[in-house]
Every structure is written in C-alpha cells, then in structure tokens.
Design a protein around this ligand. Structure first.
Ligand code: PMP
Length: 422
C-alpha cells in the first residue's frame, strides 16, 4: 500500500508518476466521461421509432394526433406497469422527461401541498429533504433551486442508511421528503433491498405528508444477465398504511432516445388524482403520437427487456474497460476504491481523501473531462473531497480505455503528491 511507503520511496514514485503524467499530457487527448448519455450506437438501436407509428389510433380508437388523454395511452401505461411492478391504473404516462415530472411534483407540493398535507409546503418555515449520498446531482440542484434544505445520509450497497433516515424523520416535521434511486443508483449502482424499502415505507415520520421520490430511472438497465427486480415500493407502502408516501418515476430516456422518450409516474390513487388535477391546468394532453410510436416499437414489456439486452451488449464492455484500467494501475495501492455495478450508467470512484478535486484538475489538464468533484453531493460539497462519478457510456470503447488509463495515472499521482506532502 502506498499509504505506508517510506518517504524516500514515495519521492521516487512521485518522480516516476510525473513522467507518466507528462507522457499522458503529450497525447493531447480530448475525451469526456462527464455525463451519463447513451452512445450513438445505443441511439441507433431505436432508429425504427422514426418510421412509427403506422396507425393514427390507439387501442380504444382515439386519434392520437389530437388533444386529450392526460393520463397517457393505456397500452403505454401497461408497459410501464409491467416493467415497474405496479398496476397500470396507478401509472401516468407523460412527456419526454421524468425529471420534469419530479419537478412538477415538488413545485406543486410547495404551491398546493399534497392530498394529505396540512397546508402547502411553501407555508412551512423550512422544508427539508433527506438525500442519500453520493446521489444524482440534478435531484440536488432542483431542491437548491426551490429553496429546500438538504440533509444527507450515507448510501450503502443495500440502499440508504435506514437508521440515519429514521432519526431524521421521526421528530422533525420539516423533513417532508426524500430522494431515492432504488435500482442501480446514480452514481453508486446500489440496489435498495426489499428489507430497506419496507423499513422506509413503514417508518414513523413527524410530517403526515412525507414523500419518498422513488426515481427508478435504471429499473431495467442491467449490465449482466442478472435482471435485478426492484423492491415493490407501492405495495410495501400500502401494506404499512402509508400508501401516499412513495411517488415512483421512470422513463425510456436511456431505453430509446434520451431526448425523445416517454416518462412515467406511478403512485397511489390519491397521488395520481392529485397530480392529474394539477396537470390539468398545465397541459391538455401528452405527446400521444410518441407514446403510440413506443408501443408499436416494443409491443409489450418483454419487447423492452429484449431491447435492453442489446444496450447491455454495447455498454457492458465499456464498464469492463473501466474496471480493467482502474484495477491494472490501482489494485492493492490502498488509495482508491470503486463500484462494480451490475446495472445503471455509472462507476463510482472514491480516491484518497482530499484529492478528488486534484484528480479532476489533473485529468482536465490532460484532456480528459470528468464530472466536477463533489457533484454527487448537495451544493457540490463532498466533505471528504474523495468522490468522482465516472460515466463511460457515451465515448467509444477505445476512448474509454484510453481515458480510464489516464484517470488511473491522475488518481495515483494526486495520492502520491498528497502523501509526499505529508
Ligand atoms: N433520474 C436519474 C437518476 C437519472 O440518472 C437521470 C438521467 N441522468 C434522470 C432521472 C433523467 O431522466 P429523464 O431523461 O427521464 O428526465
């Protein structure tokens, strides 16, 4: 381990690493591992959508080109219901972005309160959310934008730290909600177990209108042949007497076209009625043409599953390349750990405490763009300055290999610099 190396050997290592880093810079790379976007080859898998729909009518005979049908096409809702393990009647199929649906829910909770709120959340002195970290940066920037305070809890391999969550929600009625990416979490890849989910749905909360925003963005995004099933959030919540607690979100953004997919929300009858009521003032209906296009393209949920295996075949090698590059350089050095996800879009890298920003800077100067250090924390504040989110799907396999070999050099150089400086 580098952390126990004597000073003279550290100094030698530093000299060698500086030479490696200069070699890296000399390559004048221009590579980008910042955002979890599908690669063009992944988007090509859905090219068939562009020739659809062939029909103007949905199953009930409605002309999808016209206004109406706020809750979305029944057949689209059925596909989401099957994939998410919920009843089709509890699903609303919407526009192209689940993030927009989340934003609507949070803003409408602020402006109107939910079906079980004593008053609109905006009338509370303070509104707080529990945020498992590391987490999805856009969840946090959304809350910051809306003036909601964020309180962090650790994200473990089986989901958020339940004891920490319980302690936060039990007595403080200002804690109104919580984010959770239950399956193949962004960025850790963690899968929330049924046990953890059951506790979260059942735990006592001081706020009577506590919400868990259950963002199942990666429900079907398996990287191996293990097709992990998500915990049954709505069923567990009903069974424990808190049917309105979870609001589930998903989309086909990373199934078909990231910018032109279909999003969905699933929740209790009270919650979906509340959402549709608010939505009725904002829209006359969703893009049903796009929904029908997706329905024709997939046929059913099994069509989606088969399609996801094609994605897996394209991106699993990139995730393996990340593991290989990090392992080849950093295994056994005691300066970094990283996730080995079996689904989702990210690898979560933890470097020597206090060096993540330096790693990102070194990578940048070598032409490798990484997500800014701290991004996976509220207000970009990683108290240990050690977390870096890696997103390998967008670049080509060759680019991932080159970029990650470079990142590994930067991780080691930053660690040795820090250790040598004492
Ligand atoms: N949730 C999570 C956890 C994500 O990682 C992403 C995409 N990066 C989204 C939501 C965005 O979804 P959409 O495209 O449906 O808005």
């Amino acid at each position: 381990s580098l952390t126990t190396l004597p000073a003279d050997q550290l100094a030698e290592r530093l000299t060698a690493l500086r030479a490696d880093y200069e070699d890296l810079r000399a390559k004048s790379l221009k590579l980008d591992l910042t955002r979890g976007k599908p690669g063009a080859d992944q988007l090509d898998l859905s090219e068939g959508l562009l020739g659809l729909p062939t029909s103007h009518k949905d199953r009930s005979g409605t002309d999808v080109r016209n206004y109406g049908g706020l809750e979305g096409l029944a057949e689209m809702r059925e596909i989401f219901a099957d994939l998410l393990g919920v009843d089709a009647g509890d699903v609303i199929a919407g526009g192209n972005s689940s993030l927009t649906m989340m934003y609507q829910v949070v803003t409408w909770l602020l402006s109107h309160g939910g079906p079980d709120s004593p008053r609109p959340w905006s009338q509370e002195e303070t509104v707080k959310f529990v945020c498992p970290v590391p987490g999805y940066d856009r969840h946090f920037t959304m809350l910051a934008e809306l003036g909601i305070e964020m309180v962090t809890v650790p994200m473990h391999e089986d989901g958020p730290d339940v004891a920490a969550v319980r302690a936060l929600v039990a007595d403080d009625a200002q804690v109104k909600g919580m984010w959770l990416v239950p399956t193949y979490a962004n960025p850790t890849g963690a899968v929330t177990s049924t046990e953890v989910a059951a506790e979260l749905m059942a735990m006592p909360t001081a706020a009577p209108d506590f919400r868990i925003l259950w963002d199942n963005a990666y429900a079907v995004h398996h990287l191996t042949d293990v097709e992990t099933k998500s915990a049954d959030a709505l069923g567990l919540a009903s069974a424990s007497g808190h049917p309105n607690r979870p609001i589930m979100f998903a989309s086909t953004s990373k199934i078909t076209f990231a910018g032109a997919g279909v999003a969905a929300l699933a929740a209790s009858t009270d919650n979906t009625a509340w959402y549709l009521k608010r939505l009725s003032y904002a829209a006359i209906g969703p893009d049903k043409v796009n929904q029908l296009r997706h329905v024709e393209f997939f046929g059913d949920a099994d069509g989606v599953r088969a399609h996801m295996r094609k994605h897996r075949d394209l991106i699993a090698p990139k995730f393996s390349a990340v593991q290989d590059a990090l392992g080849a350089r950093l295994d056994g050095l005691g300066i970094a750990t990283w996730s080995k996800p079996i689904g989702g879009y990210f690898v979560d890298l933890n470097v020597l405490d206090g060096t993540a920003s330096r790693v990102v800077q070194l990578a940048k100067e070598a032409g490798i763009a990484l997500t800014p250090a701290g991004s996976a924390f509220p207000h970009s504040n990683d108290p240990d300055d050690r977390n870096i989110r890696l997103a390998p799907t967008f670049p080509s396999l060759g680019e991932v290999e080159t970029a990650m070999a470079g990142v590994a050099v930067c991780v080691e150089l930053a660690a040795v610099e820090s250790l040598a400086a004492g």
